[in-house]
Ligand binder design. Structure first.
Ligand SMILES: Nc1ncnc2c1ncn2[C@@H]1O[C@H](COP(=O)(O)OP(=O)(O)OP(=O)(O)O)[C@@H](O)[C@H]1O
Ligand SMILES: [Mg+2]
Length: 291
């Protein structure tokens, strides 16, 4: 990405690459849709119907649309198609989640179905991230607008992403939601340990929005656990501690809270899409539960 995007980025090369790459990736995802349980594909309720339509129709549209530029030579036309494809699928994640929740409510939990959904969604979301990353790099690099807030970014990539800054941003955003819902929020303590360049801030080549997203989810979890455990107690809520370390090979971010933790017995379930102890979310923003 950096090599393609840095100097003299060539729009035609990127266009030729994406024209082939995007439909192939979509076709692979479409094949895997068959792994979803029949109940989700054939006898769908409203949400799961959307899940199937999203998966099938949206993929078909993608392939169709991405092939269009063969006849339309203008690069602007290709850009336009990419932007439309991307925007049309902005709400795929909540729609998918709604489909899974409805499925669970109607048919209960089945380990076999759950492992198929797990396999499909892991690959579907990973594919979606890379697919959107490819589109975003093209539209950001060749869309004609230099991002005034971040002129040094290469597309969506920050070559000097300051990790602690992103940690603080994500914390502040989660804090806002937490205060809105519970009226209080734990404080944040950030510590950095840079083994490669002692006492220098830890920087990394990364997509800040991706890092933000991950941290934001973790902070929301920590805040909910901490506030709910300490609700009604006299003492202030204990802070959430974050340690960012850079070793010889890896960068790690450790977030710890005093929210009571997750029983070892339940740890395996955490990465299961069908598991949550949070209240059922609503798609209507006015009724949504923030954490
Ligand atoms: N820091 C934490 N302390 C205690 N329990 C946690 C923590 N993080 C996660 N959990 C538990 O793990 C469950 C799953 O977390 P996950 O973030 O996947 O979903 P969620 O928070 O329930 O819903 P959402 O999709 O809105 O994030 C939570 O419902 C909570 O019970
Ligand atoms: Mg969560």
């Amino acid at each position: 990405f950096l090599l393609i995007g840095r100097d003299n980025a060539c729009e035609k090369t990127s266009y030729m690459f994406l024209r082939k790459e995007l439909p192939v990736r979509l076709a692979n995802t479409m094949r895997e849709v068959n792994l979803l349980p029949d109940n989700l594909l054939n006898r769908p309720s409203e949400g799961t119907n959307a899940l199937r339509d999203r998966s099938w129709c949206s993929c078909a549209d993608h392939v169709e649309n991405v092939s269009v530029p063969e006849e339309c030579h203008s690069h602007l036309c290709f850009l336009d198609v990419l932007i439309k494809v991307r925007n049309r699928h902005n709400d795929v994640v909540p729609t998918m989640a709604q489909g899974v929740i409805e499925y669970k409510e109607k048919y209960g939990f089945d380990p076999f179905v759950s492992s198929n959904i797990q396999y499909f969604l892991d690959r579907f979301y990973t594919n979606r991230i890379s697919f959107r990353m490819l589109i975003n790099q093209h539209t950001l690099l060749f869309g004609g607008d230099i991002n005034p807030a971040h002129p040094k970014h290469i597309g969506s990539i920050d070559p000097n992403c300051d990790v602690a800054e992103v940690v603080k941003d994500a914390y502040e955003t989660a804090k806002m939601l937490c205060e809105q819902y519970y009226t209080v929020a734990p404080d944040l303590e950030v510590e950095e340990f840079n083994a490669k360049a002692p006492n220098k801030p830890i920087q990394v080549v990364y997509v800040p929005s991706h890092l933000f997203h991950m941290l934001f989810e973790l902070f929301k979890n920590s805040m909910r656990a901490t506030v709910e455990l300490h609700e009604g107690k006299k003492e202030a809520c204990p802070s959430i501690k974050t340690l960012v370390t850079l070793g010889k090979e890896d960068l790690s971010i450790k977030i710890s809270d005093q929210g009571g933790g997750v029983p070892l017995r339940k740890i395996d379930r955490l990465f299961n899409y069908m598991y949550s102890t949070a209240p059922r979310p609503s798609l209507e923003p006015s009724r949504a539960v923030p954490l």
